[in-house]
Ligand binder design. Sequence first.
Ligand SMILES: N[C@@H](CCC(=O)N[C@@H](CS)C(=O)NCC(=O)O)C(=O)O
Length: 210
Amino acid sequence: MKLYAFFVAPNPTRVRLYLAEKAAAGKDLGIEEVSVNLREGEQKSPEHLARNPFGRLPVLELDDGSYLVESLAIIQYLEELHPEPPLIGSDPLERARVRELERIADLGVLIPIARLVHATNSPLGRPANPAIAAQSREMLPENLQFLDDRLSDGQPFLAGERPSIADCTLAAGLQFGRFGKVELDPRFANVARWDAAYRERPPAQGVLVM
Ligand SMILES: N[C@@H](CCC(=O)N[C@@H](CS)C(=O)NCC(=O)O)C(=O)O
């Protein structure tokens, strides 16, 4: 299998963090990573559009030559192929809790940050859009507050004692924020503490660049 990705872009980054976490926990999935340069527009090349008609990343190329084009579907597929060590929990309730946190980290943090960055300081050259910027900014606090509350007892990871896909999604979203000058509001001190500690860990060090 091959993963088409680009550094810093949040959706490829969360898949790359997932692979790095899996490897750090003892399961190297041996997936080759291929860079598609978003800043050069390579995602819109005929070659890449043949992989993903949306012209986006990440894309997972399967051994039969077919493709998966949604980051969460890619992660869940890989996790079903390799359930150990678990990064989406190990029983139905734990899996539900991890998925709940991951959805909040994605829909409530990563996506608003990505929209805000593209509306204010787009690395892809998109025009400024104050309405989208304001709407995205407004979404962040209640979602960050939810995650901050979950971390308020000092637990190392969003879902407790072990890393999960929720951490991968949140870390990918916050990195893209730093890249696009959307800083984390310091009132979310537990998220800031989690972020600093998460970024120190070897799997994150191998993927995150800022
Ligand atoms: N829902 C998709 C979103 C993919 C997406 O928006 N990828 C961005 C990078 S984070 C992209 O490739 N953007 C390039 C473009 O829009 O031209 C997923 O989760 O994989």
